[in-house]
Write a protein that binds this ligand. Structure first.
Ligand SMILES: [Zn+2]
Length: 66
């Protein structure tokens, strides 16, 4: 039995696009086309995380045990 598939040599899947700007993804920065898009996406993700966290907090404030 020999399963020596080199994961690193697997090319980008066909039609993979940058989730930020929809340009073809680059091998180096996949799934993004560039570091800039990767950073942008990460920034958005973090911002949403903070938003959700603060919303949950105010939600607990309104909790009424009955
Ligand atoms: Zn992009």
């Amino acid at each position: 039995m020999s399963t020596d598939k080199k994961i690193e040599s697997i090319p980008l899947s066909k039609g993979q696009k940058c989730p930020t700007c929809q340009k073809p993804a680059s091998l180096k920065h996949r799934p993004f086309c560039s570091k800039r898009c990767a950073d942008l996406d990460l920034g958005q993700w973090l911002n949403e995380g903070y938003k959700i966290a603060s919303e949950e907090e105010s939600d607990m404030d309104e909790y009424d045990p009955g």
